[in-house]
Ligand binder design. Structure first.
Ligand code: UD1
Ligand code: CA
Length: 475
């Protein structure tokens, strides 16, 4: 909605230049936290990141101004990659004061949509509707309101009349009379303002209130005195305005967001059993016909293909899984990749840099780190494979350990195609096992093994006939 021209039958009219300001400078005192409120996470990412994602669907990032103050550097670092602009509100003297700080940044726009950095459920559709409703009303200020069953803690909307959309004032909970507190229509903290009207009158705000702050909500009464129009647009989806002043509210928002994510995935063809037990982050993708068992966590930017099966109690973070992969219960994965038709688990742990080939198998209690495993290779039991490259069709026996660390440096193990590593072998890196070679069980391999050879690295067995019988007869 940046500056564009629109042709109508009568004439060429200039579409309003619309900006978004996101208030994110507050401390979040009620959370009793060392960390800024807007960086607390819901749906797997900072609350503010959700609000920014919504805003960028309405206006380009360069027209979005995030007002920061408390721990400004941390907030900027956390969401800077989105390309939005930042405005510093060095001292936080209220939501009205936040908009005072943004005066210069917003001066060239016709309209500003104000969003609250602590209310992440608002949808692009509602923001857009608020903006167009505001323009159509020729109002100085339009606020988004909602009817809440429990309006406690929110500002209440005092309408001019029961029928019309005009608003006389917004009364904060602390200042509200007993009668006003019964009003269930609350101020969401989302507004559209005419920029000239806002900055023509913002100087009339005072700090004559419980917190000695400049309340943006008081602009309703200011405009009322100046005989400028203030209207409310009520959302049909009250839950989308919920904020996060308290820990319990953050947890509630997170639960709503995750359940919505599960329902969205189910709409797209994913089966999720007991969805209320699954934790799926907002940015995760899952292909159709994948089945997710109870108590699964899919985190970060994980991408799961189609026709996969994800077993219970698996925690999968920033991992790419191709189609038809079976993840048996209890697996933990971080920054890993799994090619199609592979089987992993139960109880496999894939650490960063694990890259598992097509149709490969990793079994119980197998830990991998920086492992590149080729097609059809297997490591089915009780194994550690770190800094290792494994070719195709390799069998890694139970209890195999790559000794990749000498206490100072990490070293690489290479196991070429078709190798058979006997159970309980240790491979002391750096070491290479050539194509088609065999390692005898329980070997300690310290030197390269040539292709197609057999390597034995263990003491020869000795047998002392009758030794045990003799021992017992000593009793
Ligand atoms: C505000 C509204 C209230 C509304 C509610 C909806 C005011 C006075 N009250 O109350 O009517 O029902 O939102 O959720 O506005 N912030 C700044 N700078 C500041 C102070 C706050 O940027 O100096 C930011 C905060 O970081 C937060 C947002 O503004 O993201 C809202 O502030 P908050 O303190 O949460 O306001 P509420 O008490 O929830
Ligand atoms: Ca709030």
């Amino acid at each position: 909605m940046a500056k564009t021209t629109r042709r109508t039958s009568k004439a060429t009219v200039q579409a309003p230049r619309v900006s978004v300001a996101i208030m994110a400078a507050g401390k979040g005192t009620r959370l009793k936290s060392r960390h800024p409120k807007v960086l607390h996470e819901v749906g797997g990412k900072p609350i503010l990141a959700h609000v920014i994602a919504t805003a960028t669907k309405v206006v380009p990032a360069e027209d979005i101004f995030v007002i920061i103050g408390h721990e400004a550097d941390r907030v900027r670092a956390a969401v800077g990659a989105s390309g939005v602009q930042f405005v510093l509100q060095a001292e936080q003297r209220g939501t009205g004061h936040a908009l005072m700080a943004a005066k210069e940044a917003l001066a060239t726009y016709d309209q500003v949509i104000v969003l609250s950095g602590d209310a992440p459920l608002i949808t692009p559709d509602s923001v857009l509707k608020l903006s167009t409703f505001h323009s159509s009303q020729n109002a100085a200020m339009t606020l988004l309101s909602a009817d809440l069953d429990d309006p406690t803690g929110y500002g209440r909307v005092i309408r001019k009349s029961a029928k019309g959309s005009e608003v006389r004032a917004i009364v904060e909970e602390k200042a509200a009379s007993a009668k006003q507190r019964k009003i269930r229509e609350i101020n969401s903290g989302f507004y559209a303002f005419s920029v000239p009207a806002l900055y023509g009158h913002i100087g009339e705000l005072s700090t004559d209130n419980a917190h000695r702050e400049y309340y943006l909500t008081d602009m309703a009464a200011v405009f009322q005195r100046a005989r400028k129009k203030v209207v409310a647009m009520k959302t049909p989806v009250p839950a989308e305005v919920l904020g996060s002043n308290r820990r319990s509210e953050i947890v509630d928002l997170d639960g709503r967001m995750r359940l919505a994510k599960c329902h969205q995935l189910m709409e797209e063809g994913v089966t999720i059993f007991f969805p209320e037990t699954c934790v799926i982050d907002s940015d995760v993708e899952v292909g159709a016909d994948t089945v997710i068992e109870p108590f699964v966590q899919l985190r970060g930017t994980s991408k799961i293909g189609s026709d996969c099966h994800i077993g219970s109690y698996s925690v999968i973070n920033n991992t790419e899984i191709d189609d038809a992969v079976a993840v048996l219960p209890g697996c933990i994965m971080d920054d890993a990749r799994i090619a199609k038709k592979a089987t992993v688990g139960p109880y496999s742990r894939l650490r960063p840099g694990s890259d598992i080939g097509e149709g490969a198998h990793l079994g119980n209690f197998v830990e991998t780190k920086k492992l590149k495993m080729g097609r059809g290779s297997k490591a089915n039991h009780l194994t550690y494979l770190g800094d290792t490259e494994i070719g195709e069709g390799v069998n890694v026996g139970a209890g195999t350990i790559t000794c990749n660390y000498d206490g100072v440096h990490k070293h690489k193990t290479v196991i070429e195609d078709g190798v058979f590593v006997g159970s309980d072998s240790t491979l002391v890196a750096p070491v290479r096992v050539g194509k088609g070679a065999y390692i005898a069980a329980a070997s300690c391999i310290t030197e390269d093994v040539p292709a197609d050879s057999l390597a034995l690295g263990r003491a020869r067995q000795t047998v002392k006939e009758g030794w045990a019988r003799a021992k017992r007869s000593q009793k």
